[in-house]
Design a protein around this ligand. Structure first.
Ligand SMILES: [Zn+2]
Length: 240
């Protein structure tokens, strides 16, 4: 004869589970290696694997929610399942469409170094595209994705140093460093900017959040780091 739980305990457990499922556990993760027959797909199996991928997808998802400080459901994009595929394609390390992330097996094949680390770094970038609000200049969207890499401490040696670049919306690591500066002026700036981007984009968001136009902030940022002198151009040719 089976023992039954006290009703009150069942009720408490049910409440906890339903609360959790409404917030974090609602997102599901699927990872599939469609390129096992290719060298990059085989290398993925040897050096990374599906179990690690599923584990890191969840970890990164939680990191991004925390970074964006999205406590209310309406502030988040509604994502039911994140799909990740290892596929044989050229021209980019990874491509994200909606809740689908495709990682290039050709890229994995050719990468020199710690592949697991690099793959994790790439996923911090690509998964940001899944969870961020996408509007405004693409350079800003890509900059926020690289800002996640920066905050997660998963940025590669060639990542831009503070003060580098020509334009605030140049994209990737250049814009990520500028966003880091803006966030240093007002903690939570990037999270607040992302929340505003839910309803479209305006340069005025910088004035609303930091009290200054974005071009003035960029000039002050450049002046602070005094990087108008000749510097090696550190922008990596990474396309994702
Ligand atoms: Zn990207």
């Amino acid at each position: 004869m089976a023992k039954s739980f006290p009703h009150s305990l069942v009720l408490i457990l049910f409440t906890i589970l339903s609360t959790l499922s409404q917030s974090i556990l609602a997102v599901k993760y699927v990872a599939i290696n469609d390129a096992k027959q290719f060298p990059g797909g085989a290398r993925f199996e040897r050096e990374i694997g599906i179990p690690y991928t599923l584990q890191i997808m969840k970890k990164i998802n939680l990191f991004i929610y925390k970074m964006f400080q999205q406590k209310i459901e309406g502030e988040k994009r509604t994502i039911d399942t994140v799909h990740l595929y290892i596929q044989q394609f050229d021209g980019a390390e990874g491509i994200t469409y909606g809740d689908h992330v495709n990682v290039s097996a050709l890229y994995l094949q050719g990468y020199q170094g710690n592949l697991k680390w690099e793959f994790t770094s790439l996923l911090y970038h690509e998964l940001t595209h899944v969870f961020q609000w996408i509007s405004g200049p693409m350079g800003l969207v890509e900059g926020i994705a690289d800002y996640t890499i920066l905050k997660a401490n998963y940025y590669p040696p060639g990542f831009a140093k503070p003060g580098q670049g020509d334009r605030w919306d140049q994209g990737y690591d250049i814009t990520a460093r500028f966003l880091e500066y803006c966030d240093s002026l007002k903690s939570g700036f990037v999270a607040a900017l992302n929340r505003k981007m839910k309803d479209g984009y305006s340069d005025d968001y910088f004035v609303e959040l930091l009290g200054k136009p974005v071009n003035q902030l960029w000039s002050e940022y450049k002046a602070r780091y005094n990087h108008n002198a000749v510097l090696p151009f550190a922008f990596r040719q990474r396309f994702r």
